[in-house]
Write a protein that binds this ligand. Structure first.
Ligand code: ADP
Length: 247
């Protein structure tokens, strides 16, 4: 009886923890969705109330409303991605591909974004010999994108973002290194939680959702691979993840 009682106590504590977590998550979702909805409402109502015929503002308000609608869609898409991971309905489509080539592609796509933020994004692929990995290419594309975009966003003017690949026996380690704002020690353990942000207002102003790293973690978990972070406040961060190599 004692054993049964103590087991049940653990179950009840677990259930309570889960409930608190769900409540917090729901609160966060509602809060995130509210901002763009309030913006759209404000612009549309102002237009209906007469601004529609004011040539000096009508187009500007419509553009702003449309930007908020885009943000809303982006948020919902990220939430759906997280949901698919957490309910195990996302199937990996593993293929053999050259990780060097993928890094090169992603860096090329994001180069302009780096320049716009006055940072320098580079990838030294060290020779033309391919490194083949076995993974879901589209999802690893997303991992690289999320990590590089963070390196660009949380950087300083004239900062850099470097992508490096190290090859081991049956693994490669891909690192995204920046010399940007860095992350304090106390924030590191919570970094991969949904909606966690080191600096709420700064991250939101930069267009973040707080879901990027949670998605990265899910993708690598699904591949049974790991991600680690090394960071120092005001000095920079290194995010490194592993992948399985293949011949
Ligand atoms: P967000 O959408 O807010 O960028 P993420 O889940 O991608 O959300 O990241 C969570 C938080 O971790 C960010 O808000 C930011 O504070 C911090 N962070 C992530 N990457 C970096 C980095 N390279 N340098 C400094 N801070 C970072």
């Amino acid at each position: 009886v004692k054993e049964w009682e103590s087991n049940n106590k653990i179950d009840a504590a677990e259930a309570q923890k889960k409930e608190a977590f769900q409540k917090e998550f729901l609160g966060n979702v509602a809060h995130e969705l509210k901002t763009p909805i309030t913006n759209i409402q404000g612009y549309v109502h102002t237009l209906i109330d007469g601004a529609l015929y004011d040539k000096t503002v009508n187009e500007k308000f419509l553009l702003k409303a449309s930007k908020s609608a885009d943000r809303l869609q982006y948020l919902v898409e990220e939430l759906l991605t997280i949901n698919r991971f957490e309910h195990g309905t996302l199937k990996l489509n593993k293929t053999k591909f050259d990780i060097k080539e993928l890094c090169e592609d992603v860096v090329e796509i994001l180069e302009d974004k780096g320049t716009k933020h006055n940072t320098n994004l580079r990838f030294n692929k060290k020779g033309d010999k391919p490194i083949f990995v076995l993974a879901d290419k589209q999802l690893i594309h997303q991992v690289l994108t999320n990590l590089i975009v963070n390196g660009i966003k949380y950087n300083k003017p004239e900062g850099f973002i470097k992508v490096e690949i190290k090859q081991f026996d049956q693994k490669v380690i891909v690192s995204i290194i920046d010399n940007g704002l860095g992350i304090g020690e106390k924030d590191i353990p919570r970094l991969f939680e949904r909606f966690y942000r080191v600096d709420q207002s700064r991250a939101r102003a930069l267009g973040g959702t707080g879901l990027g790293l949670a998605i990265v973690k899910h993708i690598l978990n699904a591949h049974e691979q790991t991600i680690s972070v090394n960071s120092e406040l005001n000095a920079g961060s290194t995010f490194s993840f592993s992948l399985e190599t293949t011949k």
